[in-house]
Design a protein around this ligand. Structure first.
Ligand code: FES
Length: 76
């Protein structure tokens, strides 16, 4: 199980929370980094939020705005 899916991950984030999103596509815990990038030259996108909000994280790995959804999954 890779954890990736053909729709965005809808994530409720809280102010002060930090998330590390996978940018290499190798994580088994998508959309989050699990350290699998260590064999690549890619780093996770680490974001600390300053407000409570809902985040739509890319699940299909095809977004041109990763780690966020841009609707690319609808064309798969
Ligand atoms: S596992 Fe993909 S960026 Fe860390």
């Amino acid at each position: 199980m890779s954890g990736w899916q053909n729709e965005p991950f809808v994530i409720d984030v809280k102010s002060g929370e930090t998330k590390a999103y996978c940018m290499c596509g190798l994580s088994k815990n998508g959309p989050y980094c699990d350290g699998s990038h260590s064999a690549t030259d890619t780093e996770p996108k680490v974001i600390t939020y300053d407000e409570d909000k809902v985040v739509y994280a890319c699940g299909c790995q095809q977004s041109s705005n990763r780690p966020f959804c841009d609707g690319a999954h609808s064309k798969l």
